[in-house]
Design a protein around this ligand. Sequence first.
Ligand SMILES: [Fe+2]
Ligand SMILES: [Fe+2]
Length: 204
Amino acid sequence: MTDYERIRSEISLSDKRMKHTEGVIKAAEALAGRHFPFLSSEDVRVAALMHDFTKEYTLEQHREICLRWGIPMTPEDIEKPKLLHARTAAAIAEHTYGLNPEICSAVRWHTTGRPAMQPMEIVIYFADYIEENRVYPACVKLREFYEKQLGKRKDPSDALLRAVAKSFDITLQDLIENKELIDQTTVEARNYYRRLIAEGGLLT
Ligand SMILES: [Fe+2]
Ligand SMILES: [Fe+2]
């Protein structure tokens, strides 16, 4: 049995979340094929399948995983458990399934993003944002922006870089509009990618 088959048989998500996960798998395969063809397609599929593994866990379930594997929980995590799922899913990817660090770190950073993301991290972070089932206005906006950039830029990697930078702007605007807390890493990532574009740097 492959890791993908095993996780697939053990994952427990609502129909809605599973549909989203399917969308992320499809988008991640397409993004990896276009931008990072050297990535293992099996690993891309496994990371996409794993990314929201604990998204529907209760705070108690998250707490149990954090205690078991020594993951620090901050007061913000308790206030906003939404961000915990990336860390608890990454812990399960590592400890329960023994997945490689590239996959675990893509799961770990899929929600906030981070500065200088690695190819697998970019693929999962970005696929999660733009997958075809997403109807949230911020997601639609980014998906359209990315498609427009692909048509406009000669280098697809330049299109992706601009779309990744844009994603953080959109997220921050959205969080402010909704009076939500902002994770520091998202701010750092936003500055990193804006600076990278200003300096004419490359995505990876
Ligand atoms: Fe997520
Ligand atoms: Fe997701």
